[in-house]
Design a protein around this ligand. Sequence first.
Ligand code: ZN
Length: 504
Amino acid sequence: MRPPRHHRRAAAAVGLVVAGLLSGCSGTAPDPGDLRPGGTARPDDEGSLGSSPAPVSDPVEQDLDLALSTPREDSVYPDVGDPRVDALLYDLDLTWSPDDRRLDAHAVVTFRATRRARAFQLDLGQGLTVGDVRLDGEPVRFARRGKDLVVRAAVRADRRYELSLDYVGTPRPTPAPTTRGDFSTTGFTVTDSGAVWTMQEPYGAFTWYPVNDQPSDKALYDVTVHVPAPWIGISNGRLTALGTEDGTTTTSWQLTEPASSYLVTLAIGDYAHRSNTTEDGLRVDYWTPRGMVQHLDELRTAAATVDWIEARLGPYPFDTLGMVVTDSQSAMETQTMLTLGSNDYVLSPQVVAHELVHQWYGDQVSPDDWRDVWLNEGMTMLMQWLYEDDHDIAPLRNTLGAARNADQGLRDTYGPPGDYDPEQFGGSNIYYSPALMWNELRVALGDEEFFRIARSWLADHDGTSVGREQVFEHWESETGLELTDFFDAWITGTTTPARGVPDA
Ligand SMILES: [Zn+2]
């Protein structure tokens, strides 16, 4: 998630550039394409963002074993998720009617029962009406309790099951446990024109599909979306089908590397496709509202930014990379498909860089409990600062000074980064304080050693969700330093720690 704006020097005027861009099913503006005079695309530059057909590749058989997790009850938001369920694959078929704001859906959730139980539950938004529910093809009883979908069927430990259900209704976003200025709800959000975007951290995936909505339970996804043409539905991973029939566009998306539910995205609207490539030949797909001309230059820096990150954190961890620009005011590191809002700050190269870094720190390796969201934001914030320094956006010395000056106030207001007020999710404390901590280690160890350990952490925990004890152990064993007091002071202390790393 992007850092809150209120502490940023670059917080200047936020222009709402999105008005009129999501222009509805008819009368859309022509796409600017490559050659439009005054446009921002440069046809002679291979990195330019001329619009192009969206590439489609064949689906593959999902390897469910990749999605085996050890789900837990969240210590900050225990009412969301069920540790009895280890979801392996969400197969979603979604039909969206913008005019009547109606979602008509069929879901098949393949899961492993983690223990013997008489019942289990998934999270699913209250506004959705559930029809037939079946477990391995047999009808089962179920109950709705708030956002809980309780399935009254006995399951055996370590056996795999398929839960299928139909549901219909108008998804509603859910209140977010935060006081941030850039979002107050999470989940499925509908614009005035009937377009859709989703951002769902720390939870809110349940507003549009039945899900074990807690970050320790990573799963694979097959998502098919039907919408009135020329609109298109966009989700994570590889585009495996794209076609229009009888006025309906159908897209299928496949995510073959496991993701936590907060990293899943769905965007529906009238989109143009563009792309460029990184030095290593990774294609970066850009889905921008048709007619959008601003910010294309900033977006296209993403390919070079991936090169910059790879030089420090190692190879990009997934097979595909894209981003979709929506009507939101925030930005999310949704896995392999960033979800970006529409304002000057969100679409700046440094915020795009921030969400890209999360593909390594946050997505490849995720926290298994929301108390450790600082694992995502601390390293990512430090990388953003280094990026800003390297790209003449803001000198690191100034940024560090401002962050250090802010640290005590952030601890006082929001709590320590690893023990924050549950109603203050996403406060600047989970960004700045751990970023300062990692910077102390970076200075003490030197860049080469620091990034070597940062890379080995990712390699050792690829595709999993982890807790703070594991990261502390990793850095202690790799450095040979006794870091318990250092980490504790930064992550759970109520006062700003002294500079430096003891005995380093
Ligand atoms: Zn972030």
